[in-house]
Every structure is written in structure tokens, then in C-alpha cells.
Design a protein around this ligand. Structure first.
Ligand code: KG4
Ligand code: ZN
Length: 381
């Protein structure tokens, strides 16, 4: 009998529900984003996030069931994100999940959000008929995390997505997450929130135009130097370099003000903001992105060499980045290393990945205790 799991995700600013069969086939995946609520603050406001989850969780779950063509009674188990994330946000999903599972008399499976991001890669690869080989090096790169793991299949029968994974943490960010650096730089330059997609698009257009901006005192970034663990990351230096550069050039003030006004008037697309950026700003945006991407790719591929893994898995919101995808492909394929990304929709937070991650735990009988609580600092390894 196929196993239908209802996944619930509420760790940050997306309320999501999905139904996935046997950890592989997505029957529905509904995501209600709170971007419009948080945009004007330039980041996620935790209190507003939990209130929005409270409003959205019931309609989002109903919609996921409707799209899957199922009733509550057809669900075999509920998988819910237990952590890591914002405590108030997590509590909404955990509490709802507990009540629902109890009412239905079905098992509740607590899921680590980060494990969900890894399953997102497998879900997508499965759709394309190509399953990543393990062991792999996994880069989870989002607004809240920049983490590098060595991943193996857990002991047991069946394919890795059924058995689940075993993680060894190689490194993580010591300060800002990569997505956080994108968001902070975008806020500084008045490019809106979230910063990743707009910086990605502008940097892409700059690269495609082939135009080279040659200022005498151009901003430039060397490799990020970190003492100790070579698999740790640090993005605050890159972000601060942008800040100091902007402060050192008073001519940025007027164009930043112009963009703020344009933004208030509703101009938010890259194509609308690009004409409001000076060549110096465009060059800075492109270089900022290249510096972040170069560091992510270099450290990940160093881990690949060191461990002998032949596969890289990249997931999390920043995995949607075009230059990251291109640069990985360019640098990994000559080494015979295959890189797997989820589609953009499954890279950012969603509940299909949570339902998929719940499946091996359901098979292994890892059910939630009655006093299951949200764990804002839950670790993977
Ligand atoms: O995984 P996610 O949806 O939520 C978190 O768990 O944080 O990731 C959101 C982050 C934001 O910081 C956003 O700026 C970044 O992912 N992001 C991107 C792109 N799309 C989203 N960063 C770079 N390039 C993108 N195309
Ligand atoms: Zn996430």
C-alpha cells in the first residue's frame, strides 16, 4: 500500500503543506509566502511571522489536500518540521501537527528542516530519473544557514531516500549565512527584500551585457581567509567591504535615495531597478555575487577532494542562484563530479521536502513523543 504523508513546514516565513507518496511522488505542494508582510522591514519579523502562520496553516493544509484529491482520512502519517527555525513559527506547525495526528489517530513524525533540504534534492532527481550517488558533499545555503555536510545512506534496505541519511558536519558559517549577506547588501543598496533574486538577476544582466566597468578605485574581493577549519564560511567581511565602499563614495547617496523612492512607488523588478543603478553600483553587485559564489564553490569542492565523494548536493534558497549553478557545473564536471540542485521551487522552503524526509523515519518508527516540542536550535550532526 502506498504511504501518503502530509508534510507541514512553518520554520521561518513560509507556511507550507504537501502530500508526498512513499517519499517520492509529490501529489501537492502548497506554499504561502509572507514576503509581502516582511518586505517593508527588510527581513523576517518573528512576531509577524508566527501570527501569519496561525492565519495560514488551516487554509494551506486544506488546499494541499484538495490539490492532492484527498481527505484527511486518506493520510497515513503527518510529518512536521520540529526545527531549526524561529521558535514562534515552529510552534504553530508543531502544535497543529500534534492536534491533527491525534485527531486522525495517525503517527506524527518530527522532521529536521535541514534534512528536508537534502531530501528536496532527491525528490527532484527522482522526477528526472537520476538518483545522486552517495556518499556526497552537501551544501545547505539559505537565509538562515550555510552548512557543509558529508552525507551517506543510513543503514537499512531500499534506496537512500527510503533509508534516510547519515550526516557528518564538516563546517558552517561563523557569522552571516550567505542568503543573509545577500539580504543585507540589498537593503544597504535599496534593492528590496529578499536580496538574493534581485542581485542574481542584476548580476546576470551585467555579465550578459559583457560591459566592463573599470573604475580606478573599483571594489575588489580576494579569497575569504579563515583560520582553522577550511570548511567554515564567513560572509560578514564581504558584506562589510561593500558597506565601507558605499560609505567612502558620497555619490552613492543620491542613487540609493532614488531607488528607495522608486521602490515605494512599486518598482521592484530587476529590469525596473537596473536603470536606476550607476555603472559603479552594477559592478559592485556583480563582484559581490561572484565573491560569495566563488567561496561557496571552492570550499565545497575542496571537501569533495578531501573526502573522495563524487557527488555534490546543493539546497536552500541560495541554491536558486544562477551563477552558483553555472560555476558549480563549470568547476565540477572536469573533475568528474556531479552536482545536483533541486528546482527553484524546491530549493526554497516547502513542505514536500518535509513529507519526503518524514518517510524513512516513519518506516524506522521514529514517532513523536506526546510532549514533542519545537527545537529552534535542532542540529543535524
Ligand atoms: O531557504 P529559504 O527560502 O529560507 C531560509 O530558510 O532562509 O532561503 C531564503 C534566502 C534569502 O536570503 C534569499 O535572499 C536567498 O535565499 N535567495 C537567493 C536567491 N533566491 C533566494 N540568493 C541568491 N540568489 C538567488 N537567486
Ligand atoms: Zn530552509
Amino acid at each position: 500500500m502506498p504511504t501518503r504523508i502530509l508534510g507541514i513546514e512553518s520554520s521561518c516565513d513560509e507556511t507550507a503543506a504537501a502530500v508526498v507518496v512513499d517519499g517520492r511522488d509529490i501529489l501537492s505542494s502548497v506554499v504561502s509566502s509572507q514576503l509581502d508582510i516582511h518586505r517593508k522591514y527588510g527581513g523576517v519579523v518573528p512576531e509577524l511571522a508566527s501570527r501569519a502562520h496561525l492565519r495560514q496553516i488551516v487554509p494551506v493544509v486544506r488546499e494541499a489536500l484538495l490539490q492532492a484529491g484527498l481527505d484527511f482520512a486518506d493520510i497515513d502519517a503527518v510529518g512536521v518540521t520540529q526545527g531549526p527555525g524561529l521558535v514562534g513559527s515552529l510552534l504553530v506547525g508543531v502544535t497543529y501537527g500534534k492536534v491533527l495526528a491525534t485527531e486522525l489517530g495517525k503517527p506524527l513524525v518530527p522532521v529536521n528542516h535541514l534534512e528536508g533540504h537534502v531530501h528536496a534534492v532527491f525528490l527532484e532527481a527522482h522526477l528526472g530519473g537520476k538518483t545522486p550517488e552517495l556518499p556526497a558533499i552537501c551544501l545547505i545555503v539559505s537565509g538562515g544557514h550555510t552548512l557543509l555536510y558529508h552525507v551517506e545512506a543510513a543503514a537499512g534496505n531500499g534506496n537512500a531516500a527510503m533509508r534516510g541519511f547519515q550526516f557528518r558536519r564538516l563546517g558552517g558559517t561563523r557569522d552571516d549565512a550567505a542568503g543573509e549577506a545577500y539580504d543585507k547588501v540589498a537593503r544597504l543598496l535599496a534593492l528590496g527584500y529578499p536580496g538574493g533574486p534581485i542581485i542574481d538577476q542584476i548580476a546576470g544582466k551585467v555579465a550578459a551585457s559583457g560591459a566592463e566597468f573599470k573604475e580606478k578605485d573599483a571594489l575588489s574581493f580576494g579569497p575569504v581567509k579563515i583560520k582553522g577549519n577550511p570548511y567554515d564560511f564567513s560572509f560578514s567581511g564581504i558584506k562589510t567591504a561593500v558597506l565601507y565602499y558605499v560609505r567612502a563614495h558620497p555619490e552613492f547617496v543620491a542613487e540609493i535615495e532614488t531607488r528607495k523612492k522608486a521602490f515605494q512607488e512599486g518598482l521592484r523588478k530587476a529590469s525596473e531597478l537596473l536603470p536606476l543603478c550607476s555603472p559603479r553600483t552594477l559592478s559592485m553587485i556583480a563582484k559581490f555575487q561572484s565573491a560569495v559564489v566563488r567561496d561557496l564553490v571552492t570550499r565545497t569542492l575542496e571537501a569533495v577532494e578531501e573526502t573522495g565523494a563524487r557527488t555534490v548536493l546543493v539546497s536552500g534558497g541560495v541554491a536558486a542562484n544562477s551563477e552558483l549553478r553555472d560555476r558549480f557545473a563549470l568547476r565540477a564536471s572536469p573533475k568528474g563530479v556531479r552536482v545536483f540542485f533541486p528546482s527553484r521551487a524546491l530549493s526554497t522552503d516547502n513542505a514536500a521536502m518535509i513529507a519526503a524526509a518524514a518517510y524513512p523515519h516513519l518506516l524506522a518508527g521514529h514517532f513523536a513523543p506526546d510532549d514533542l516540542n519545537a527545537e529552534p536550535n535542532l542540529r543535524l550532526a
